[in-house]
Design a binder for this molecule. Sequence first.
Ligand code: GDP
Length: 481
Amino acid sequence: EDIRVYEFADKVRQPLSEVIKILFNLGMMVTKNDFLGKDEIEILASEFGVEVTTIDPKDAFNYEDSYEEDNEDSADLEERPPVITIMGHVDHGKTSLLDAIRNAKVAHGEAGGITQHIGAYSVEQHGKLITFLDTPGHEAFSSMRARGAQLTDIIVIVVAADDGVKPQTRESVKHAQEAKVPVIVAINKMDKPGANPDMVKAQMAELGLNPVDWGGDVEFVGVSAKAMTGIDELLEAILLQAEIMELKANPNNMAKAVVVESTLEKGRGPVATVIVQNGTLKIGDNIVCGSAYGRVRALISDRKAQLQKIGPSETAVVVGLSDVPPSGEILMVMESDKEAREFAQKRYEYDRHRELSHSTKTTLDELSSLIAEGRLKALKVVLKTDVHGSLEAIRSALAELRNEEVKVEVISSGVGGITENDVALVNNSENCMLVGFNVRPTGNVNAMAKQMGIKINTYSIIYQLIDDVTAMLTGMMAPQF
Ligand code: GDP
């Protein structure tokens, strides 16, 4: 059972401020509504000399951690296909290119036929598979990254040959660089009379993506999604890049996969398109996926073929989950139905706790409207510190000190001694506190402050500073009856 800071204080019959202080002392910023972790509870328990038994759902829910691949024998590893995300500026042809690639190639030797959009698909080039995320744009990529699922091996950035680099092109480049994912540039709309691939190369080179034929290391491929030209060359470039990366996985392990899309389907119930990261997913496998669980009843390809299993980097729609999982969620195979069910239950409880915890925190929007309405009072702070590091640390610690009624607003901050300017600033503001960390007033500042009746608060221990500011905030709160 999770426990909040104030609940813990209640249980061990200690003042809340004492509990918070001990945690501050250890460098942990908490407010009374935050949940305590297992480690924190243990430290507090020993400080107060009380016995506690902890059952931490966080320990149990994280089934991903139980996945064994680190100690996998390298002899078990086999080459796996690359997973590709297509990004680029709106209207530069991401969707058209995804369609063109899919229509040009048939994967798995499956009979052609009507394809359905399931969020991902694979194509075959010279007997090798390539899997594409079929949701253009950044959202899918970002939401997966946010959940820690690094699914994409290579990013193809589409740039229209007649339009060149645009804001979302730059954004795509930034995404790729931040995620350290290699890039291939597809110069699209080469069929257009105004096509100018050299302009695209020059503009991309400016962003640090130097074309191979200019002596750099990024492949640029001219394509036309409309005229269906350059598709083979693009796929070749992808396979070449993949080869350099030596992408490997163990197809004989139990499967670990990532959800790329999901929905509730009439007749089938919850369905989720997954891409396998490691192992092989088979019909009949017991699975857990966030708070959903079940047994794989069917695996359906984007060409509506019923598959028996899918290996690393392959994709299919999974039928058989108890609930619709969010995209980016990890799906894992468990030894038994019981195990899958238990993990799902624990995750469900954990998610519920987290929701409760978040709902007690006021969102930024709510905060600004509270200030506008005059219901939220702000304690202004002028802050000076010795070094930049402590400035940032204290600023963020102060930002945490807020509730529905009061908050801290640092109106000025900087590195260096407390000056006459700082004192004047405090003098001209209501509800304002002058705070120095490891710094002293310079020159005549003390005399000036004294004359104006302004207190200079200096500290050399962060938690004492936080304590005092907290006390000020508490004083500003309306008495509760
Ligand atoms: P997205 O917003 O990046 O997904 O771009 P779309 O795939 O929707 O394409 C935007 C527009 O460009 C559509 O009108 C397409 O028909 C057109 N288009 C896409 N690729 C090509 C191409 O290779 N040549 C030409 N001439 N037009 C294209």
